[in-house]
Design a protein around this ligand. Structure first.
Ligand code: PMP
Length: 426
């Protein structure tokens, strides 16, 4: 897609113009979207993928690139909302998948990879003595919370404003209509005193405190170490199970943020890239809690799930964590992310554009002063061949080259050059 200088009088007009250009450039995506809307509400089966005027339909991916159905190539900084850590065709992952496929699918028994995969995860993440697999991060959180309620005999959970723990655990704006109906206390994020006060007021009813060490969907907002340490101390004091949701943040250090911060929760939930790019979730924690699932015990908690140990996820996940995303690879990728964040922040900081850049390591959040500014940035960067989430989340993957990162910075500079005056005015 060609780019031309934009001269608009305000952000809303610039956004409208960008939407027109997008519509003109993507006729095939539009047709497929309209057709899908006949059987899917709003053409959509995954809310986060929708953006106006209509989302691109992707035809294929390779390495760190994706192509849409109209033939445009993009550098993929959406990275499947962090699950795309290995890119779209990592040779080690693809080989593991081919080997697993050759062994046949839906075996309906224990398989050779699952025990080794579990052992690899327990070796990596300090809080995991034992772990169990499921099929999504949502399910992992549902299982961890239900486990905490069963173990403590208490009802309530504490979560934090803005948190996303899954399709039925979304706590922006006071919670969502489809949230799981657990009695829930919502505390402000990263506000130690407020959290401690709410814990004290609800101490005898709280089964679990669930927290992302850095909020992901809310915009890559890291918590302070003091806040998390205070949660650790207060939960231990009151017999509340502290659950770190590291579905996204486990990629930020070899042993997740829990290792980087030196704070060990009672339980941890995992998902995303750890399945090697396939459907995945896991929950685990202290042996004393997790051994309640041991089916050799007469009163064990039952936990079923047809696809919990599906051979494709087990093979891809095992290969990924043992052969590709080694501790060294995790350190290197996150160092690259830190440098990229500094470069992008410098583009905006130097020009008073009101854009704020947050995040840690390989996860970046860009914050705009208005919805128009955010949409304009997204459409403008798509036009420059950069694919990422409308919410302003930019994620690194392993196959990205330095040229890919330079390309993103150049695109951000181009956006700033074209729109700085409007951003400052807006
Ligand atoms: N927890 C966090 C922190 C997440 O970011 C997500 C997904 N974005 C989930 C849980 C839910 O994972 P899934 O989409 O696999 O259900």
């Amino acid at each position: 897609m060609a780019t031309a200088p934009r001269r608009n009088i305000d952000l809303a007009s610039a956004r409208a113009e960008a939407e027109h250009r997008f519509i003109a450039a993507n006729p095939k995506s539009r047709v497929l979207f309209d057709q899908a809307a006949e059987a899917l509400p709003g053409g959509n089966t995954r809310t986060v993928l929708y953006y106006a005027p209509f989302p691109l339909t992707l035809a294929r991916g390779e390495g760190a690139r994706v192509w849409d159905v109209d033939g445009h190539a993009y550098a993929d900084f959406l990275c499947e909302y962090t699950a795309g850590l290995y890119g779209h065709s990592h040779p080690v992952i693809m080989a593991a998948l081919r080997e697993a496929l050759d062994g046949g699918i839906v075996l309906g028994g224990h398989n050779k990879a699952e025990g080794r995969f579990a052992a690899a995860l327990c070796a990596r993440f300090p809080s995991l003595d034992l772990v169990r697999f499921c099929n999504s991060g949502t399910e992992a959180n549902l299982m961890a919370i239900s486990t905490a309620r069963a173990v403590t005999g208490r009802d309530k959970i504490m979560v934090f404003d803005g948190a996303y723990h899954g399709g039925v655990f979304y706590y922006a704006h006071g919670g969502m209509p489809l949230n799981a109906p657990f009695p829930t206390v919502i505390a402000p994020y990263d506000d130690t005193q407020a959290a401690l006060d709410l814990i004290a007021a609800n101490a005898r009813d709280l089964a679990a405190i669930v927290v992302e060490p850095m909020q992901g969907a809310a915009g890559c907002i890291p918590a302070s170490r003091d806040f998390l340490a205070a949660l650790r101390e207060a939960s231990a004091k009151h017999g509340i199970i502290l659950i770190f949701d590291e579905v996204m943040t486990s990629r930020l250090a070899p042993g997740g943020l829990q290792e980087a911060l030196g704070i060990t929760p009672d339980m941890t939930t995992l998902g995303k890239y750890l399945g090697g790019g396939l459907t995945f979730g896991a929950f685990g924690g202290r042996a004393e809690i997790m051994k309640r699932f041991d089916p050799r015990d007469a009163d064990a908690f039952p936990h079923a799930g047809t696809f919990n140990n599906n051979v494709l996820t087990m093979a891809a996940g095992l290969a990924g964590i043992t052969k590709v995303y080694t501790p060294e690879a995790a350190v290197a990728l996150n160092a690259r992310g830190d440098r990229l964040r500094e470069r992008i922040a410098a583009v905006f900081d130097a020009h008073g554009t009101g854009v704020r850049v947050t995040g840690l390591g390989s996860m970046l959040g860009l914050h705009f002063a208005s919805e128009d500014a955010r949409a304009l940035f997204h459409l403008d960067l798509l036009d420059r061949g950069q694919y990422f989430a409308r919410r302003g989340m930019i994620i690194l993957s392993l196959p990205m080259t330095d040229a890919d990162l330079d390309g993103l910075v150049a695109a951000v500079e181009g956006f700033r050059a074209d729109h700085a005056a409007l951003l400052a005015a807006g």
